[in-house]
Design a protein around this ligand. Sequence first.
Ligand SMILES: Cc1ncc(COP(=O)(O)O)c(C=O)c1O
Length: 388
Amino acid sequence: MPGFELVDQAERQSVLDVFDKSNGVLFAHGFDVRRNNIFRVRDFEKKFAEKFKGRKAAACTSGTSAQYIAMKCMGIKEGDEVITQAFTFIATIEAILACGATPVVIDINDTYNMCPKKLEAAITSKTKLIVPVHMLGNPAEMDEINTVAKRHNIPVLEDACEALGASYKGKATGLLGDIGIFSLDFGKTITTGEGGMIISNKEELVTRCIKFIDHGHDSDPSLPRGKDTASFYGFNYRMMELQAAVGLVQIDKLDHIVEMNRKHKKILKAELAKYTGKISFRRITDENELADTIIFNLETPELADKVVQLLAKEGMGTKNVPDAMRWHFSKYFNQVWDNCGLYSNYGSQWKESDDLLSRSVSLPVMVNWNEGDLERMTTSLNKVFSAI
Ligand SMILES: Cc1ncc(COP(=O)(O)O)c(C=O)c1O
C-alpha cells in the first residue's frame, strides 16, 4: 500500500502553502479571512469523493476512528453484536468494543476475507452490523455478504482501509455496503501520515458522521461558530489542514499507484505461477483488486516457515503474513479477549483461518519497482523454490 513511495516535492510544497498562502491556519474550520478562504480538509473531502461518483465523504483522524465514528452514527451500542472476520486489523475489534458492543468473530475462506456461509450461521437477534474487511486489497465476496445481510435486514460497514482504489463487479470498494471506511495512515495506498475517510451512498449518514467528528456542530455558514447549532452529539476526530495538504496531492497519484500495482503484481504472479504444485494462490474475487500484495499458501506451516526464511536470506520481506499476525489474526488478540472476558478458548478458536494463515506467505508489491528489481526477484524466487 505504497503512497509513501511517492511522497516528494509536491507534498512538501502543498504543506508549505498552508503557511505561505493560509497564514499557518491549521484548523479545518474558521479563521476565514486569515486563511484566505482556503479550506483544505473540505477540498480534500470533495476531491476524494470525485473518485466515488461524487458521493459525500467525511475526513477524520484515522481509519480506526472512521470505524468508530461510522458505528456510532449507525447507532451501535451496548448489548449489540457486530460480526467481523478473524483475519483483520485489530482496529475493527477495538471499534466494536469502544461502542460497548460485542465482537462476533468468524472464519475467513480462501479469499482470506469473511466467509459468507459462516456469516449466515453467526447471525442472532442481537446482530446489528456486519463488518467485512477487504484484507490486503482483495474485495470480500460482497454479493454473497449483502444477500445474507439484506435477508436479515442488517446493515453492512465495509472496512476498505486496505483496498482504496479496488473495485468489485464494477463498483468501488467503500460503496458496496451501507457505509465504507478508509485509512490514510503511512502504510496505505495513499497517505496523509495519519488520517481516515468515510464514504456512503447514504448522504444523511455521512452528514451525521461529519457532525460527530466535530462535537456535533451543524457548521451553519450563516452563524459564527460560537453560535452554531447542533442536532447530533459528537467528539473531536477532526483532520488537520497539514494532513489534507498532503492528501490533496496524494489523491492525484492514486490512479498511477493502482495501475503500477496491477502491472507489477501480474509480472510477479506469473513468476510465482511457475511453482504451482508447491504453492496455491489466494482466490481473488475481482481482477480489479488493489493488487498491492500477493498471498500464497504451502502445504504445511513448516514449509511456509522455510520459504519465509529463504526469502529473508534473499533480502525479500513479507507483508503482515506472517510477520505481523499478532495484530491481524484474532487468535493472537489476547490483550482484548483476556481483558473483555470474551473467547476464553481463543488459542484454539478459528481453526479454518488458523490452518490457512499458518501455511500462508504474503509478498508486498511496490509501485516504484524497476526492471532490475523484478529481475532480481525472479532470480531469488527461483532459488527459494528450488530449495523446497
Ligand atoms: C483493515 C484495517 N482496518 C483499520 C485500520 C486502521 O487504520 P488506522 O491505522 O488509520 O487507524 C487498518 C490500518 O492498518 C487496517 O489495515
